[in-house]
Design a binder for this molecule. Structure first.
Ligand code: NDP
Length: 296
């Protein structure tokens, strides 16, 4: 029987721990605050930002939300970031990506003070992650690392295949898995759209992380018996009965579950962990910025 890796359950536990630490900080006069900035009318981006704000409320953090007209100038966005950088009540800043084409995304990421960069995308934080001295681990790969640990999936010595090499998922995931640290010490292969014979690689893997953004791309025939399969994909597709749309992952769940030893569902796998790790990073940011120590 395949073990279902329940991201909702692990994230709920983590959120409870975070709420507890928020109380500790509050007692010391610190109210952790996360600022989200939205410069887009994209429905998915709006939903993500409102979920992040709701998550903050639930664990007792202050949520500050700034919305900019997508037609506004890049300078206006940079000015907003500068103000949030200077605001002592704001410990974490998240600019919802993507930003409009006339804004330089790299400049946005550079502009956020590294100490407040709770997404972990500032070049300084990327460098620290690669060097094995992470300040903020990016939320999705960090959430996956936690999920694997919560389900006692041994990464040390494991052959891991990461399908996808994006800056937000694939690359940091591979970096975490190769670190000489708990949750690392794996032998990692990173695959992408130019990879030759992907199946041959996934079939050798003890752990497969699917982050290609292609619906049901990885099926059971591409997996080794007993492998752990982490499905990062969130793809909206027409539902089979034609009644509307539904969310599917990058893994063909039914077929993969017949072969895998453990697997994450979509929804309810990686998604809730990504959200929880943003709260974790905001908590850490508040602790680092104020010098109030908490158990993390
Ligand atoms: P990107 O589109 O930025 O990256 C996709 C990666 O997949 C690229 O590296 C691309 O290769 C690779 N790829 C594309 N086609 C193939 C192929 N045929 N074979 C092998 N590799 C391929 O996506 P993201 O990393 O941002 O996201 C990936 C998925 O995860 C999406 O579905 C997204 O919605 C989801 N997601 C889910 C999150 C969660 O919390 N659950 C959080 C973030 C993302 P190349 O570089 O060569 O183009």
């Amino acid at each position: 029987m395949t073990e279902v890796i329940d991201g909702n359950a692990v994230a709920t536990e983590l959120r409870e721990e975070i709420a507890d630490r928020v109380e500790t900080l509050s007692a010391a006069g610190v109210e952790p605050g996360l600022a989200t900035v939205l410069m887009s009318e994209d429905a998915a981006s709006e939903t993500y930002v409102s979920m992040k704000q709701r998550d903050c409320e639930e664990v007792g953090m202050d949520g500050i939300h700034v919305e900019l007209d997508p037609e506004a100038s890049a300078e206006e966005l940079y000015g907003t970031i500068d103000d949030l950088n200077d605001d002592e009540d704001v410990h974490g800043i998240l600019v919802q990506l993507p930003v409009p084409d006339h804004v330089d995304e790299r400049e946005v990421l550079r502009r956020i003070r590294p100490e407040k960069d709770v997404d972990g995308f500032h070049p300084e934080n990327v460098g620290r992650l690669v060097a094995g001295n992470a300040r903020f681990k990016p939320c999705t790969p960090h959430g996956i690392q936690r999920l694997l640990a919560a389900h006692d999936v041994e990464t040390e010595g494991a052959d891991a295949v990461v399908v996808g090499r994006s800056d937000i998922v694939g690359k940091p995931m591979a970096n975490l898995l190769i670190q000489k640290a708990p949750g690392g010490n794996a032998t990692v292969t990173v695959c992408h759209s130019r990879t030759d014979d992907l199946e041959a690689r996934t079939r050798e893997a003890d752990i497969v992380i699917a982050a290609a953004g292609i619906p049901e791309f990885i099926d059971g025939s591409m997996l080794k018996a007993g492998a752990t399969v982490i499905d990062v994909g969130i793809n909206r597709v027409e539902s089979e009965d034609g009644s509307g749309t539904e969310l599917v992952g990058d893994v063909a769940y039914e077929s993969a579950a017949e072969v895998a030893g453990a697997i994450t569902p979509v929804p309810g796998g990686v998604g809730p962990m990504t959200r929880a790790m943003l709260l974790y990073n905001t908590l850490k940011a508040a602790s680092l910025q104020t010098g109030v120590e908490i158990d993390l």
